[in-house]
Ligand binder design. Structure first.
Ligand code: ADP
Ligand code: ADP
Length: 237
């Protein structure tokens, strides 16, 4: 059974004004992401990548089609059940989305606070995560005292706090310079290899796909126009 099975999913937004045409952001997309994959989704801006991620994460309802995670149909779940599924999905973002007023430690602890993890357990888990991402010495720093690459490592630690089986990375290296991008991609590769987390990497950068993704889907205007092993998709015969 695929870890994430996307079946004929379409997402249409109504026009922003009444006379505007509707926008089909995701158009009849089907994809299988297997457990343990690092799966890349590449396409230009506006191709529908972020929308697809929001649908998988249950942040928005699909217009039609089905999405199964671990064999569970998630498009029709009641809010409480959906929240539970979303606990199993971590997200990282282009702009890191850290809370400025909170320390590194408190940012990473945040998702655990939300689910009511006891303080002692939270501490131990946060310490372990900060060691894993190489930022144990920055626990008491504030996000703005860190470099972009360090902030994204905090983002990764936070995304992993609730021990998700899936990590969705939406343009996670697009705000970083090439060297820092490499560091963050190396960390994501370790998350996949050492923790067994399935990773979906959304990007407009071919280099990112080439560095980390074993499989790739190419999106254009809401559709998947090509997909398969990265080597096959990007190697011209
Ligand atoms: P990408 O992540 O590949 O840049 P998006 O998923 O952000 O693409 O956008 C796909 C299309 O859907 C674009 O035409 C965009 O303008 C449109 N779109 C995205 N979100 C909304 C929204 N909330 N309301 C209306 N249109 C949207
Ligand atoms: P304060 O708000 O007291 O200045 P922080 O901003 O560091 O301290 O902490 C904010 C939140 O992070 C608190 O809710 C606290 O429970 C939690 N927290 C503090 N230290 C740790 C830790 N070592 N591990 C996990 N959570 C922590």
């Amino acid at each position: 059974m695929p870890h994430i099975a996307i079946r004929d999913v379409t997402k249409t937004y109504p026009g922003r004004r009444r006379r505007d045409a509707a926008v089909t952001a995701v158009d009849s997309v089907s994809l299988d992401v297997e457990r343990g994959d690092v799966f890349g989704v590449i396409g230009y801006s506006g191709a529908g990548k972020s929308t697809l991620v929001r649908l998988v994460n249950g942040l928005e309802p699909v217009s039609s089609g089905s999405i199964e995670i671990d064999g569970v149909e998630v498009t029709t779940l009641a809010p409480a059940a959906l929240r539970e599924v979303r606990q199993g999905i971590g997200m990282i973002f282009q702009r890191f989305n850290l809370l400025r007023s909170r320390t590194v430690r408190a940012n990473v602890a945040y998702p655990l606070e939300v689910v009511g993890t006891p303080r002692a357990e939270r501490r131990a888990r946060v310490d372990e995560l900060l060691r894993f991402v190489g930022l144990a010495d920055k626990a008491d720093a504030y996000p703005e005292q860190l470099s972009g690459g360090q902030q994204q490592r905090v983002g990764i630690a936070r995304a992993l706090a609730a021990s998700p089986s899936i990590l969705l990375a939406d343009e996670a290296t697009s705000a970083l310079d090439p060297e820092t991008t490499d560091e963050v991609l190396d960390l994501l590769a370790r998350v996949n290899r050492e923790l067994g987390v399935t990773i979906v990497v959304i990007t407009h950068e071919m280099d990112v796909i080439a560095r980390i993704a074993t499989k790739v889907a190419v999106m254009e205007q809401g559709r998947v126009v090509e997909s398969g092993a990265t080597y096959d998709v990007f190697t011209n015969p």
